[in-house]
Design a protein around this ligand. Structure first.
Ligand SMILES: [Zn+2]
Length: 827
């Protein structure tokens, strides 16, 4: 190979005759000297090194054609022009080999059509609707480069044309090129056939010369996860795709991060078998996805989701004053479930939270009772609640006695007790016949009151008036008739009415726990069941409906007008009989069932024994649940069973709980959720009766106020009895010191609102009830604020203005007007 530096074929080139006239062997092109002349040639021509697949130099026309500068041109590779067919590549490679095997060989010109479909950055820009076809000649020449003579190709464009191409094809190319995943096409031997733009760009340092690249090289870029090396992975992939003909083969690989040295990332390979559109041979499309990145995105979404959920919680809490009572009434069981729910939803749990829960469980006497409830209340009695209110709430709800109960006996007050104006008539054959006749031919005013029996708000006092003191038996019989149980079950009508009247007469004329209260609870439960969605969702069938009616009818039968604590303190025979465990509730049940079982009152003789047993069990469970000492346990069980411990399932907005089990889907205004088992069904009915027992909290303001004053009077009477027996008077029961008015908001906050809220979460149909309770709560809250303001002005209890003016009804509401109050001992 001659090293003589002589003017070369510049003349030919300059005159545009390079094509067809190879320079004489031995003649050496000196680019430095001849560049100026070659730049004047209008035809694009350039020097190409086939050995390194690199451009060496291009004239001005070539740079213009490719839209790059000199440096850009040198970095460009001819094979980046794109759609070179395998045949073209083969020819090209052959040329390359020949040139290096024997430079003296008599080279022939080789025409090559180079096409490109894509606008390769820095190399070629195309009209997207057309493709450019370059017809070129390759001619070996000797060039002096860096003082040495090398044989390379002189490429000259002899024809440049544009051809319309199918738009769909372009579109596919465009989609592939912009696809976020790296995509490669390998043939059956693992040889690279094509790659999309993202892959080409990101992998340029690995790809080298594309025609030598293969799948094995590709898989060996990263680290392997230890189980399979890149070679094994390769063999496995080829076997699965080409031997087993699986539609897709996926596997992950651990890889060093390119951007963050020393760090790993996970990639996922997806391999799809397909046919190469050009060779029609089997091929495999390999897609690579950075799953570490996907994971990071997921985390980002999760955090965003958490923020949104927190905002939603906050908004709901603001809308709903119930959400956070001043006292923490969550039991350790509730807290545990909430924490687990949080973990399951992928939220972070701090060490602090875990420690708090651990402490709560360690110090809990009972996992279904609020933690340190008494202590919390007493502590709050300095700020939120009055001391006496705290004590009364403890007495009502806690199994422990209040810490500081005054033990000094009170003075005996001999005060005439106001009497109720309920007239009882002995139950006789005639009175029973009369009531049946009356039910079948009701006077207009009774019809008028009973027409509202399906309304959310009902005035039981009015029913008492128009039914001539028979509100309970009248309403009960009407409901039994209406649901057609009497006929369907073949109930003994006469005995049924006799039983209902006997029960009604068994309600003493207590100010509060009397037959009107029983009628009121019966109506409340009736509405909750039929309008709240319990029937629709399968929580209440015919048998359960009978249990509901019966349990509300008897639930305070022969109530003594005092609370269980009193019965226990005075060693009442009931307390002794039932070993201090819910003596009153046990008695309501036992006495009622004794009646029901006697021949005289057995109105279900034809009902199968099994059904009667079911009813009995359900009624017992429901009535025992009305003991407020069971309140937190039942509330907590309800929350757990109905999965209310997680983040709030959509109340009325129609969403689904995130957890998977079918029963966890909470009614979003019509969606179905069904009970999972009998326990859950029974629990729902227990809570329904508890809500109904507090039903007057949802009554219109005046009616509610009347109930509260009656309850207060009943409690004062207990206080009177305690004084008479020289016992310490229970909190809020001393009529000389003011009554339950003080604890209204406390009771709403700690008991009523959480209970109604929980029930409404499961049965959004009961929302009107919760709204009415909330309205009364607001009324009491405003009242308390006014009182506080007045106390600051005038000081002392004297300023406790009476909250509500009540009318005097047939019950003869007591003269106590001053302290509307609490329901703290509804039971
Ligand atoms: Zn009751």
């Amino acid at each position: 190979m001659s090293a003589v530096a002589q003017p070369s074929t510049s003349g030919n080139a300059a005159s545009g005759q390079v094509s067809g006239k190879p320079g004489p062997p031995g003649e050496v092109i000196n680019i430095k000297e001849q560049a100026a002349g070659l730049n004047l040639v209008a035809t694009p021509l350039w020097l190409y090194d086939c050995n390194f697949c690199a451009n060496v130099w291009g004239n001005r026309a070539a740079l213009e054609l490719f839209g790059v500068d000199e440096a850009g041109f040198r970095q460009s590779q001819l094979n980046q022009l794109g759609a070179l067919s395998p045949e073209q590549l083969k020819t090209w490679k052959g040329l390359n080999d020949q040139m290096h095997q024997d430079v003296e060989v008599d080279f022939k010109e080789i025409s090559l059509t180079v096409t490109s479909l894509e606008p390769t950055p820095g190399f070629l820009t195309l009209n997207p609707a057309q493709r450019m076809v370059l017809r070129t000649t390759f001619r070996p020449v000797q060039v002096l480069i860096d003082g040495a003579v090398r044989v390379i190709s002189l490429v000259q464009v002899v024809q440049q044309t544009y051809t319309d191409i199918e738009e769909n094809h372009l579109r596919m190319v465009e989609i592939c090129n912009n696809h976020p995943m790296f995509q490669f096409l390998f043939d059956e031997n693992g040889k690279l056939l094509a790659a999309n733009k993202r892959a080409m760009y990101n992998m340029k340092e690995h790809l080298g010369s594309c025609e030598n690249y293969n799948l094995q090289m590709y898989l060996s870029i990263g680290e392997c996860d230890g189980s399979l090396g890149p070679d094994d992975m390769y063999l496995e992939a080829m076997r699965v795709i080409f031997k087993e003909n699986k539609p897709c083969h996926r596997f992950p690989q651990l890889r060093w991060s390119k951007r963050h040295p020393g760090k790993y990332r996970w990639v996922l390979y997806e391999m799809w078998p397909l046919t190469d559109p050009i060779t029609h041979q089997k091929a495999v499309l390999v897609c690579e996805q950075n799953i570490s990145q996907v994971k990071a995105l997921e985390e980002q979404f999760k955090k965003q989701n958490q923020r949104l959920e927190a905002q939603l919680e906050e908004a709901l809490a603001q809308r709903d004053p119930v959400h956070k009572p001043a006292i923490d009434i969550d039991t350790p069981a509730d807290k545990t479930l909430k924490l687990l729910d949080k973990i399951m939803r992928g939220h972070e749990v701090s060490a602090r939270e875990a420690m708090d829960l651990r402490d709560a469980i360690l110090h809990a006497g009972d996992l279904r009772q609020p933690v340190n409830f008494n202590e919390q209340l007493m502590k709050n009695s300095q700020t939120v609640l009055d001391n006496e209110v705290s004590q009364s709430l403890i007495q009502l709800l806690s199994s422990k006695r209040p810490a500081k109960i005054e033990e000094e006996p009170a003075q005996h007050v001999d005060e005439a007790l106001p009497h109720l104006r309920i007239k009882t008539q002995p139950v006789t054959q005639e009175s029973v016949r009369n009531l049946i006749a009356l039910s079948k031919n009701m006077p207009d005013e009774v019809v008028g009151v009973l027409a509202k029996v399906d309304d959310w708000q009902f005035d039981a006092f009015k029913l008492n008036e128009v039914s001539n003191g028979r509100p309970l038996s009248m309403l009960s019989f009407a409901l039994f008739k209406r649901c057609e149980i009497v006929d369907k079950w073949g109930l003994h009508e006469h005995k049924l009415v006799k039983f209902l009247m006997k029960i009604e007469d068994g309600y003493p004329n207590n100010p509060y726990h009397n037959r009107i209260h029983a009628a009121d609870v019966l109506q409340s439960l009736h509405v909750l069941v039929i309008r709240g969605g319990l029937i629709n969702h399968g929580y209440c069938d015919e048998t359960a409906l009978v249990s509901c009616y019966l349990s509300s009818i008897i639930h305070d039968y022969e109530h003594k007008g005092v609370n269980n604590d009193y019965l226990i303190r005075v060693s009442d025979s009931l307390a002794v009989l039932y070993n201090d465990r819910s003596p009153m509730e046990n008695h309501h049940l036992a006495a009622s069932f004794q009646l029901m079982n006697s021949d005289e009152y057995n109105f279900m003789p034809k009902v199968p024994h099994k059904v009667r047993e079911m009813i009995r069990k359900q009624v017992i469970d429901m009535v025992l649940a009305t003991d407020m000492k069971q309140h937190f346990a039942i509330h907590s069980m309800f929350q757990a069973k109905m999965q209310l411990n997680g983040s709030r399932p959509s109340g009325g907005s129609g969403g689904k709980s995130l957890r998977g089990s079918p029963h966890s889907t909470v009614d979003g205004g019509g969606q179905a959720h069904k009970p999972v088992d009998d326990d859950q069904k029974s629990l729902v009915l227990q809570v329904a009766l508890k809500c109904a027992d507090l039903g007057h909290l949802a009554a219109p303001r005046a009616v509610h106020g009347r109930w509260v004053s009656l309850l207060e009077e009943e409690l004062f009477r207990q206080g009177d009895l305690e004084k008479a027996k020289s016992l310490a008077v229970s909190a809020l029961m001393d009529r000389t010191r003011g009554g339950i008015t003080k604890s209204q908001t406390g009771f709403f906050n700690i008991v009523a609102l959480p209970l109604y809220s929980a029930f409404c979460k499961v049965f959004p149909g009961c929302r009107p009830q919760l709204d009415a309770v909330t309205e009364n709560y607001e009324m009491w809250r405003e009242e308390e604020e006014r009182e506080k303001a007045a106390e600051h002005g005038t000081g002392g209890m004297g300023s406790r203005a009476m909250a509500i003016k009540r009318g005097t009804g047939s019950v003869g509401s007591p003269a106590v007007v001053g302290s509307p109050v609490a329901n703290k001992s509804i039971k």
